[in-house]
Design a protein around this ligand. Structure first.
Ligand code: AGP
Length: 596
């Protein structure tokens, strides 16, 4: 996934706001960055590898600039080099393009363009776009129309933003990756427009937005704006929406990293997730009851929430649901019928594999429920029903507060399905209160000390039973992705069928427990590990002799998974920091995977 930013309008600091915009998009990709500013007639282009880091605004502050585009890259085609960084330009330098996604037929397009005399500077698929627009502009004479007809040549999902120095226009188009327009409305009217992958890029300037939907394009000269259908060119009306959350919610505050801020946000965010409209929850429960097959589909951390939900629905509502990672769902598409229900769970609301599952479901006539954190995201807008997680902006790549919100909502639905909604809400509100008490400075310090103790370990195992099994898998993701430690999660009962061969003297093994019927079994599993020399770290409501270390977590019954994962999040954070890693922007990862 990459970050796209553009501005056109009356302001003359378009380069400076582009730098600031990129810094607010860095969580989307940080292999390299680039900015193009119209300086008089020509384009001033700067790009480099690595995060945008400390680039100084004065690198663009010197000259008046009212038209700019910028990009942070997560490499797909072409290595991480300055030459491959966006923006990419056409032959005469009057057209610059930034891109998120993949032009799947770029080799064929590149060959055709080369035959017409075009030369290429990079290895990227993106670079065919400005050259193709240049060719189309020769035919149409109109920049917006040239971008539109160029898009008709592309295969694949993309979001592109193109700048034209001659017409002083920005034109953007999307099929599958997000683009949002910020309306720079002042007292005396419109001063300009921002176009970006996500709202924080321009939110300090305006909170009035317009969403670009899949298959749509937008063109603006900073004074007027036109939305069109890419295929037909038909104009489309677009309403303006005021964003309610504020910049502070999206900022780090006095935390060193977004990850720790967002972990601490859970003192309020889980309660917000629970605070759903009861009528809506009951409607969704009824839809599940009536559905001929309910399928829970997601990726990564969100997929572990779905795995936990399988236990919630079984234990609380005695209702069977099917769970699959979105990337594996293709071979189950034939089970989707018009009376099936697909439930998708996603923090960003832009994950490509999840969007694909939704489109298949829609083609089959199935209904789709989305549980998402980003209002206005593609998944939100394409679903039949949406429940918002209301966790607030989650900027760190590791998903923390979105996960606990997802778990809370899925458990609430399970209780509604069992016609025990009040009981479920009460349990969850008690759990949020326990969470508040637990997530205190002493608790954080306890986990920092534990991280200190195990920070040099290269292998770490986590075991769990029932809903704690998916949390063992999620624990592994959290620790892997921020500290780069080889962490693996197992179903506790599976140890003796293979993984226990990995245990050596002192191997750290985390045991996730609850005060439930799985307890005695998992304590036996812990004994099996201990007998082979493992160092046992117990997480749960009660301490047992088998534990070498114990992290106390309040008892939460069927909501235990929500509390048990939090010490893991904090431990993973400190392991990363102590191992000198940036937990907000781990290597090789991006906040939302908008490519399959
Ligand atoms: C979570 O820590 C990871 N960053 C990743 O697994 C993430 O959960 C996954 O990519 C799904 O993203 P989504 O929730 O935005 O769909």
């Amino acid at each position: 996934m990459c970050g796209i930013f553009g501005y056109v309008g009356k302001r003359t600091d378009a380069g400076v706001i582009a730098i600031d915009g990129l810094k607010n998009l860095e969580y989307r990709g940080y292999d390299s960055w680039g900015i193009a500013c119209k300086d008089g007639k020509t384009l001033d282009v700067k790009k480099d590898i690595g995060p945008i880091g400390d680039i100084q605004s004065d690198q663009f502050g010197g000259k008046a600039c009212s038209l700019s585009i910028a990009h942070t890259r997560w490499a797909t085609h072409g290595g991480v080099t300055q030459r491959n960084a966006h923006p990419h330009l056409c032959e005469d330098g009057t057209i610059a393009v930034v891109h998120n996604g993949i032009v799947e037929n770029y080799l064929e397009l590149r060959r055709d363009l080369k035959a017409k005399g075009h030369t290429f500077q990079s290895e990227t698929d993106t670079e065919v776009i400005p050259h193709l627009i240049e060719e189309e502009l020769k035919k149409t004479g109109d920049f917006a129309e040239a971008v539109r007809t160029a898009c008709l040549h592309f295969d694949g999902r993309y979001a592109i933003l193109a700048l034209h120095t001659e017409s002083n226009m920005l034109v953007a188009a999307r099929t599958g990756s997000p683009l949002i327009i910020g309306v720079d409305r002042q007292q005396n009217g419109i001063d300009g427009y921002f176009i970006a992958s996500d709202i924080p890029a321009f939110m300090k300037h305006t909170r009035v937005v317009q969403y670009l939907d899949d298959g749509e394009m937008v063109s603006t000269d900073g004074k007027t704006i036109t939305f069109q259908d890419i295929k037909t060119g038909d104009k489309r009306p677009k309403r303006e929406i005021a964003i309610t959350w504020n910049v502070e919610q999206a900022q780090k505050g006095d935390y060193e990293h977004f990850m720790l801020k967002e972990i601490m946000d859970q003192k309020e965010s889980v309660a917000r997730a629970v605070n759903q409209d009861e009528g809506e929850i009951r409607t969704i429960a009824e839809a599940i009851r009536r559905a001929k097959g309910t399928f829970l589909v997601a990726c990564g951390t969100a997929a572990k929430a779905c795995m936990a939900a399988e236990y919630f629905f079984s234990v609380v509502a005695e209702h069977h649901v099917n769970v699959a990672p979105a990337s594996e769902f293709k071979l189950f598409h034939h089970f989707l019928k018009p009376d099936s229900l697909l439930i998708v769970v996603s923090q960003s609301g832009e994950t490509a594999d999840v969007l694909e599952a939704m489109r298949v479901a829609r083609d089959k006539g199935s209904k789709v429920l989305a549980i998402v954190n980003v209002e206005g995201s593609t998944i939100d807008r394409e679903a039949d029903y949406t429940l918002l997680i209301n966790a607030g902006p989650e900027r760190a790549v590791p998903s923390t507060k979105a996960l606990t919100g997802q778990l809370a909502i899925l458990l609430l639905i399970a209780y509604a399905l069992a016609e025990r909604l009040k009981e479920g809400r009460t349990l969850l509100l008690e759990t949020t209160s326990s969470l508040n008490d637990m997530l205190n400075p002493r608790f954080v310090e306890r986990l920092e000390t534990l991280a200190e103790k195990i920070q040099s370990e290269e292998d770490l195992y986590i075991i769990g039973k029932s809903w704690n099994y998916p949390m063992a898998l999620e624990s592994a993701i959290k620790i892997q992705e921020v500290s780069y430690v080889h962490a693996e999660g197992f179903a506790a009962g599976e140890l003796k069928h293979g993984p226990i061969a990995l245990i050596e003297e002192g191997t750290p093994c985390i045991v996730l427990t609850g005060n439930d019927e799985a307890l005695q079994d998992i304590l036996s599993n812990a004994q099996e590990l201990k007998a082979r020399g493992a160092m046992i770290i117990g997480i749960g409501p009660k301490k047992f002799d088998v534990f070498d270390e114990w992290i106390k977590v309040p008892e939460a019954g069927t909501a235990q998974a929500i509390l048990n994962i939090i010490p893991i999040q904090v431990l993973a954070y400190f392991l990363a920091v102590k191992r000198g890693k940036n937990p907000d922007m781990p290597r090789n990862l991006a906040k939302s995977v908008t490519v399959k």
